[in-house]
Design a protein around this ligand. Structure first.
Ligand code: HEC
Ligand code: HEC
Length: 477
């Protein structure tokens, strides 16, 4: 009976009835302020919210630093500073700008070797076509403090028994130098990557550790940092060698990133009782997202689970294998085997970490390699991965340097692998409902530059003690 009512309702919606459905009961919010109509749709969603134990709040009491905390403030300055790259041309913010959704708006990131190092966003180009660039899409740094187990698309920085494992040690041993938390541990790696920040000449032949140490040493030669480090670490008389260490640099960077908590989206308000926070189209999308296939939905929440919209597991969803890849078995094929590169377990080939979907509307391009440049495109892919991968159109890529030499061949290998998804038919109009739902996961702050200004360097505060090498981002239309 219940299902029949729903079916009737779905039919009404499909026929173009976009307004609040007919089946409504009167609902009084707890504050009693206004009368809200509680529809059959709301009742259905309430059941799903209960089934999945959702609260709308992924923080659940987790203590993350405020951007006003001294360490986060120091981290902000470091995050925007090119001194942490070998040729002093790339900063973390190059690929993770707060006004670009915490990413870079590129399918595949460009670090060193850019035509103009200060141009960010979709107009950032490689100087010459001989450079390959970074083989993966830059995930957002927003809400990075909410990951419990894994960082990176392949989880190579991970919480393990006894600590945190990193690429510096054999997997899955804990790395004694990993630092205080996952985000701190991750922040020690971009500076060691030749494509991202190190370049080919700096600390040539060195190890990841000598690279970090030499960068810290070099930072000590730049003016005005020592007093900032001493203040942030509350060590008023510390020597530069004691307080300006690679560990403290990474810790401060991590505190800045962990302060980027953007979870106040409309869906949260809805889950917490404001039935007016979502349009009926978005509510319909939510139903499709959470319902099982047998209930007429698409079971997206099987993987995009909980209030952070991820199970932190690795899945093969057949993302089209574009770009230079990370090297396969022979290191020549432009393939990216994802989790397999970490575990060497054949079952892990092509598996990538399930991304969180918070703020997903502003974190494109999508997929571990940015294969999709529209949210509609990636949603269609998730609805029917086989069909989408087979008919993938690389013309959507704005970056012309992305190599496709082996695309067909790589695609064939991937399609023959064990996917974690079933190819399914879907109703074309459901794409729009799902997109409308995903849009409600955006915290309005991340779309407003006034709100984001707290995560950007302030224009005038440091006039007396200016820092050299701050990246002054240029976004070209
Ligand atoms: C050249 C572009 C580039 C630069 C510069 C860069 N990153 Fe990234 N970042 C990426 C890419 C690409 C990935 C994904 C790599 C992967 O998963 O293999 C990534 C991953 C991350 C992640 C993991 C997020 C997650 O969801 O697991 C964090 C956090 C991060 N970077 C922070 C930083 C910090 C801190 C710096 C500066 C020290 C930095 N990045 C510099 C491109 C960049
Ligand atoms: C079997 C697990 C699974 C299911 C079911 C699933 N996803 Fe995903 N989803 C993933 C994984 C894993 C990725 C990342 C794949 C990659 O990058 O190679 C992803 C990526 C995405 C992305 C891109 C996010 C980004 O930041 O790049 C969106 C959007 C998305 N999924 C939406 C959905 C929707 C909508 C559904 C239901 C129709 C769904 N997913 C079902 C596992 C799943």
């Amino acid at each position: 009976m219940r299902l029949m009512i729903v079916t009737l309702f779905v039919t009404l919606v499909l026929q173009g009835c976009q307004d609040e459905p007919l089946n409504t009961t009167i609902y009084m919010p707890e504050n009693g302020s206004s009368l809200v109509l509680r529809s059959e749709l709301d009742a259905e969603l309430e059941g799903l919210i209960q089934r999945y134990g959702l609260t709308g709040d992924p923080l659940r009491g987790k203590n993350l630093p405020s951007i006003d905390a001294p360490l986060a403030q120091l981290g902000l300055k470091l995050f925007f500073n090119k001194a942490l790259s070998g040729d002093k041309d790339v900063a973390c913010v190059t690929c993770h700008h707060p006004l670009l959704g915490g990413g870079d708006n590129l399918s595949l990131s460009i670090g060193v070797g850019a035509e103009n190092p200060d141009v960010l966003g979709h107009k950032r180009l490689l100087k010459d076509s001989l450079t390959l660039g970074v083989p993966r899409n830059a995930p957002t740094t927003f809400n990075s403090g909410l990951w419990q187990q894994f960082m990176f698309h392949d989880g190579r920085v991970a919480q393990v028994a006894g600590g945190i494992t990193t690429p510096d040690v054999p997997y899955p041993q804990p790395d004694a130098q990993a630092g205080h938390n996952l985000v701190h541990a991750q922040a020690r790696f971009p500076v060691t990557s030749s494509h991202e920040m190190r370049g080919n000449l700096f600390d040539r032949g060195g190890t990841t550790q000598t690279c970090r140490d030499r960068l810290a040493e070099r930072l000590r030669e730049e003016p005005n940092w020592l007093s900032l480090f001493r203040a942030a670490f509350a060590q008023a008389d510390a020597a530069a060698e004691t307080v300006m260490t690679e560990q403290n640099i990474a810790f401060a960077l991590g505190e800045y990133e962990r302060s980027q908590v953007f979870v106040n989206h409309a869906w949260k308000q809805y889950v917490q009782g404001d039935l007016t926070a979502l349009s009926s189209s978005a509510k319909h999308g939510a139903l499709l997202f959470f319902r099982e296939r047998s209930e007429g939905g698409y079971a997206c929440a099987a993987c995009h689970r909980g209030d952070f919209f991820t199970d932190e597991q690795f899945r093969n969803v057949l993302m089209p294998p574009i770009g230079p890849g990370k090297g396969g078995v022979d290191n020549l094929s432009q393939q990216d085997y994802g989790r397999w590169l970490v575990t060497q377990d054949p079952a892990d080939k092509f598996r990538f970490r399930t991304p969180s979907l918070l703020n997903v509307a502003v974190t494109g391009p999508w997929g571990h390699n940015g294969a999709y440049t529209t949210l509609e495109g990636v949603v269609k892919h998730m609805l029917n991965p086989f069909q989408a991968a087979l008919s993938y159109d690389s013309a959507q890529l704005q970056q012309t340097h992305i190599p496709h030499m082996h695309l067909q061949e790589n695609l064939r290998e991937m399609l023959a692998s064990n996917t974690d998804m079933a190819g399914q038919a879907y109703r074309e109009e459901d794409v729009g409902y799902l997109v409308d739902f995903l849009q409600t996961l955006t915290d309005p702050c991340v779309t407003r530059s006034e709100c984001m200004s707290r995560w950007l360097p302030s224009k005038d505060s440091d006039e007396q003690n200016p820092l050299t090498l701050q990246l002054d981002a240029r976004f070209e239309p």
